[in-house]
Design a protein around this ligand. Structure first.
Ligand code: DP6
Length: 372
């Protein structure tokens, strides 16, 4: 029996992927850019075993056995096997053996954080190690599990190039910057209490492609420009421009969601309160110190520099008072002494208690790795 265990990170887009030109191959309408988060705080861990005596493929997700008859899962396995068959180094002799996959996230699925990106990245990365092709370009395979998964195969800031070819072979992720190029960058995730049932990204973006005229304008005219400006800002460590483009791109993505018919409403009242809080914070500083971005849900991902974390958390605690403040369960990730935070300005108005479930304080990370 051969067994391999790997971990893979979550990524948070600053230029959003929204809309496919090919639903089957998962080819996007536009480029996207994300930061890969540290696996210390958020990651998927996957163990895959293969053995001549296994009689069927199996997958256990967070302790629950799931069907292997999932087209995206089967596609990833099939594409990896094709790659092994045509490679010189791959272990072709074990290709016919069945696999047992066991995968879990170290963050609650209920947090509403995209687990498909780290999940499919981890699956494909672990399979690549199992069959001995780990150095090959595998992001185009992870992309066929979930589009955003291709970006989780690299550390630092990553661009998913949409590509132009019909077969999707040029729709791949590339690393823009190493994880330690901008070491002061921090990501603070505000997990918002929310019980509404929401439309999945896959079905939401499919409806947007069919019905939103704004999406066409976004993908053709805005994203190429946003991407160019953002990549230059990253290379110059220019937080002002990075923060502005990040917020504008998130706002435009949610405008497209509202322009979709029927509309996809992902942000809630608390999300909008967070937007107001961030603008008020930046106005008081006369410059952009914090940038928000929201995916297909109400949680906020805030990008900021390490030096501004204590003041931002002081403001979050004033605007969103919480009974659990001070418990390690409330602020997770990089540790923060809540008794040592500065005073927040009284110009910030408090909301009712406990609108935020918990906070994750994390940073940019190195990408997936093999652990066993
Ligand atoms: C809003 O990658 O989950 O998070 O390709 O259909 O699996 P599928 O969609 P998915 O969409 C992610 C959308 C997003 C933006 C982003 O991560 O770029």
């Amino acid at each position: 029996m051969i067994t391999v265990t790997c971990i893979a990170p979550v990524n948070i887009a600053v230029i959003k992927y929204w809309g496919k030109r090919d639903e089957d191959l998962i080819l996007p309408l536009n480029d996207s850019v994300s930061a890969t988060l540290s696996t210390d705080h958020l990651c998927t861990k996957t163990t895959i075993s293969t053995c001549a005596s296994f009689t069927e493929n199996r997958i256990v997700l967070n302790g629950k056995t799931e069907s292997f008859e999932n087209p995206r899962l089967l596609r990833c396995l099939q594409e990896i096997k094709k790659r092994v068959a045509s490679s010189e180094s791959g272990k072709k002799d074990i290709l016919n053996w069945k696999v047992h996959v066991q995968t879990e996230n170290n963050f609650p699925t209920a947090a509403g954080l995209a687990s498909s990106a780290s999940g499919y990245a981890c699956l494909v990365y672990t399979l690549a190690h199992l069959y001995g092709i780990e150095k090959d370009e595998i992001s185009s395979i992870a992309r066929q599990g979930s589009g955003s998964a291709c970006r989780s195969l690299y550390g630092g800031f990553v661009q998913w190039r949409k590509g132009d070819l019909l077969d999707g072979s040029d729709s791949i992720a590339v690393q823009l910057t190493a994880h330690d190029i901008w070491p002061e960058m921090r990501i603070v995730i505000l997990v918002v209490n929310d019980t509404r049932k929401k439309t999945s990204s896959t079905s939401g973006m499919s409806t947007s492609v069919k019905t939103s005229k704004l999406l066409k304008y976004r993908t053709e005219s805005c994203v190429p420009k946003h991407t160019r400006v953002l990549v230059t800002a990253l290379n110059n460590k220019d937080f002002q421009t990075f923060g502005r483009i990040t917020m504008q791109d998130s706002n435009q993505f949610h405008a497209v969601c509202l322009d979709t018919y029927p509309p996809c409403v992902y942000m809630n009242d608390v999300s909008h309160e967070i937007v107001n809080m961030v603008h008020q914070f930046n106005d008081l500083k006369n410059e952009i110190r914090v940038a928000y971005t929201f995916d297909a849900g109400p949680n906020a991902c805030l990008y900021l520099l390490e030096k501004d974390v204590p003041e931002l958390l002081a403001v979050v605690n004033r605007v969103f008072p919480n009974d659990k403040l001070g418990s390690p369960e409330y602020i997770k990730g990089i540790s923060v002494d809540v008794n040592d935070l500065p005073e927040a300005s009284e110009s910030f108005s408090p909301n009712q208690n406990n609108l935020i479930k918990y906070i994750i304080n994390t940073k940019v990370g190195e990408g997936p790795k093999r652990v066993i």
